[in-house]
Ligand binder design. Sequence first.
Ligand SMILES: [Zn+2]
Ligand SMILES: [Zn+2]
Length: 361
Amino acid sequence: MKTRAAVAFALNEPMRVMEVDLAEPGPGQVMLKMLASGLCHSDLHLLEGKMSQDFPFIPGHEGLGEIIALGEGVSGFALGDHVIPYLVPDCGVCVYCTSGRTNLCVEYGARRNSARTPFSLDGAPMRCFMELGTFAEHTVVAADCIVKVPQHARPDHTCCIACGVTTGLGSALIRAKITPGSSVAVFGAGGVGLSTMQGARIAGAGRIFAIDTNPAKEAVARSCGATDFINPWEIENVAEHVIGLTGMGVDYAFDCVGNAKLAEQALEMCHPAWGVAMCVGVVPEGQSVSTLPTKLLTGRTWTGSMMGGAKRQDVARFVDMYLAGEFSLDEVVSHRLTLDEINHGVEMMRTGESVRSVVLY
Ligand SMILES: [Zn+2]
Ligand SMILES: [Zn+2]
């Protein structure tokens, strides 16, 4: 069938919204009519070459759609179901999936740079990021990555749980397991950082420092649970400043921007004995982090979080928490766009004008 998609043809060029061909779902796959897709910083990284990707391709991995066709052998899902195609597959049989210790799956790596795709253009295969391609009106995805969501979950908000929200909430609740009364610092008040703050608030953190260079983010950060807002441009040394305010440093520090220098500062500002510093944002390829071994000898933990450590059932749980009013996405989803306006959304992400833009189909 024909569908419309935003196609990235070259680095740092606007995507072109155009008609492409989409194959029928094969065994173990479903076809989705997309309802909404958020624009994530990883999409920007791909478009700017900060994450490797073969062009041309269809970006988009933060979507919500309706099942309109089922491939052979798909069970547990029905036509009309609303689902999130989740970035992290859940094959159920690999060494990761059977360990019960991680959200990784060998299929994740297999799909990261996969040439398999349901899309084509003039007979030539057209790749899509993570075999998802949610910047298209329709897509075909593997059923092992979809999460059923209630029909009344509004697509413009709920789609963000597919990536940014789950990454932030999961980092706070699943990976860090923040304890009540603890102190938390979060670099970056974008979609992921704000969700990390909301996770810290849900966990009962006593003090939450939001750190962002854009003073316009203070109000939204506070609405997501931040008790303090720090603009690094107004302070000489952010790590020393946070240590000064907490006595010995925070219990948890998250780099949600994805920047090696900030990841190092997160380690610096966390408590020497039990502080946990976590890399959450995707650091552009080519950057590396370093520290003095003594920083770790005292007991700090330096770790990371891939999609907040969340598996499919965690994504479903976060949707339920959202529907129960445990956290809000009113301030997080700042702009709604048509597919034809998608490049404007990319530009607003680049300049920091938007918190989260969502394409509504
Ligand atoms: Zn993402
Ligand atoms: Zn697996």
